[in-house]
Design a protein around this ligand. Structure first.
Ligand code: FEO
Length: 170
């Protein structure tokens, strides 16, 4: 059975994953409008994965005797300066998500809720990989600079890149 504190923290995380899904959906739509079809495909998949992260939490909360609350959604940013701006925003967002997840893990230890602590380890690993992937993409974009040919290849390569390591999880 979840304590009220843990239940509230997990519901907070539900809202964060939902917001992530919306944020990446907006990025995908922007990229699609720019003709960056590979980047758009990557971001659409990434948005779907965030929804899976949210669902995994919802199911866990309910299975443990809590009540998972479906949150309201805020309008995410819809305008971006460039593809680099997209991935920098994505990394910034994921860094915040990591901090939130660490907060939940910390609370689990304080509350001695080892079951939820164990469940949250999947999210801890996921964050390491998501941040690493975002950094790799930013490094590539920095190398490419203003080279249109390089950008074309970057976009084409993203077409087949999984949106994140959680693609097959949950
Ligand atoms: Fe669900 Fe991108 O963390």
């Amino acid at each position: 059975m979840l304590s009220k504190k843990i239940e509230a923290a997990l519901n907070g995380q539900v809202a964060i994953e939902a917001a992530s899904s919306q944020a990446y959906l907006a990025m995908a739509s922007w990229a699609e409008n720019q003709g960056l079809s590979g980047t758009a495909a990557f971001l659409y998949r990434h948005s779907d994965e965030e929804r899976v992260h949210m669902l995994k939490l919802i199911k866990f909360i309910n299975e443990r005797g809590g009540h998972a609350v479906v949150p309201a959604l805020k309008q995410p940013s819809t305008k971006f300066r460039s593809i680099t701006d997209i991935f920098q925003s994505l990394l910034e967002h994921e860094t915040k998500v990591t901090n939130e997840i660490n907060g939940v893990v910390d609370l689990c230890l304080k509350e001695k809720d080892y079951t939820t602590h164990n469940f949250m380890q999947w999210y801890v690993s996921e964050q390491i990989e998501e941040e690493a992937l975002a950094r790799t993409l930013i490094d590539k974009l920095n190398l490419i600079g203003n080279d249109k040919g390089g950008l074309y290849l970057f976009d084409r390569d993203l077409e087949g890149t999984a949106g994140g390591p959680g693609a097959t999880a949950a």
